[in-house]
Design a protein around this ligand. Structure first.
Ligand code: PEP
Length: 249
């Protein structure tokens, strides 16, 4: 079975109620390929999840941008996987580089979060990616493999995981990986999954690219054999996101 193209929109910590309503009405009016061709998931901040769920077209789905690492309780400021399930939120982004870098989330912590979220029935967009320094020192694959291993050590069923390869140097910088750079890492990552999980997991797991994807570069990136879609930040707040969804065609 082929891997269905996946386009995620990460709205990060942006938006007012009016702005969110505007983005949703643009998305709702868009003509895009059918759900058989592309899976579209947008990720508003927690506070806008109910509004987004209530007004977004039914063929698009929502993701939270994070969740707590275990069952909820005395963890001030956190939102648990159970709460997301209770709200009917199907997806969660885990291990985004902004959380790894700014909030010190380690590979192990991210791996535990992925495992717990899956155990509660959430589907996970798990982010991995190297910094510029790591790329320049030639350790890209080592870094990405270690991040993926921390997940693989705790998870046996990969059905509900999408891996987002997001080189940190390309996020929000306008400096996109070339299609060849993205393909190289995606291919190596798939080889890693083949060797360390199973051939079936390697074949079926979607590996999407994130980092300054826009309407102009999406087609060529999406045409790479191991690029199964995108996680989009900045451009997901703009009508241009529709063009990126259409790259699935
Ligand atoms: C992201 O934050 O996941 C991302 C890819 O951001 P941007 O598209 O803005 O680089």
């Amino acid at each position: 079975m082929g891997r269905k193209f996946f386009v995620g929109g990460n709205w990060k910590c942006n938006g007012t109620t009016d702005e969110v309503k505007k983005i949703i009405s643009t998305l709702n009016a868009a003509e895009v390929p059918s759900q058989d061709v592309v899976e579209v998931v947008v990720s508003p901040p927690y506070v806008f999840l109910p509004l987004t769920q209530a007004s977004l077209r039914p063929d698009f789905h929502v993701a939270a941008q994070n969740c707590w690492v275990k069952k909820g309780g005395a963890y001030t400021g956190e939102v648990s996987a159970e709460m997301l399930v209770n709200l009917g939120v199907p997806w969660v982004i885990i291990g985004h580089s902004e959380r790894r870098q700014l909030l010190g989330e380690s590979n192990e912590f991210v791996g535990e979060k992925v495992a717990y979220a899956l155990s509660q029935g959430l589907k996970v967009i798990a982010c991995v990616g190297e910094t510029l320094e790591q790329r320049e020192s030639g350790s890209t694959m080592e870094v990405v493999a270690a991040q993926t291993k921390a997940i693989a050590d705790r998870v046996s069923d990969w059905t509900n995981i999408v891996i987002a390869y997001e080189p940190v140097w390309a996020i929000g910088t306008g400096k996109v990986a070339t299609p060849a750079q993205a393909q190289e890492v995606h291919h190596e990552l798939r080889k890693w999954l083949h060797a360390n999980t199973s051939p079936a997991v390697a074949e079926s797991t979607r590996i999407i690219y994130g980092g300054s994807v826009n309407g102009a570069n999406c087609k060529e990136l999406g045409g790479q054999p191991d690029v199964d879609g995108f996680l989009v930040g900045g451009a997901s707040l703009k009508p241009e996101f529709i063009d990126i969804i259409k790259a699935a065609e």
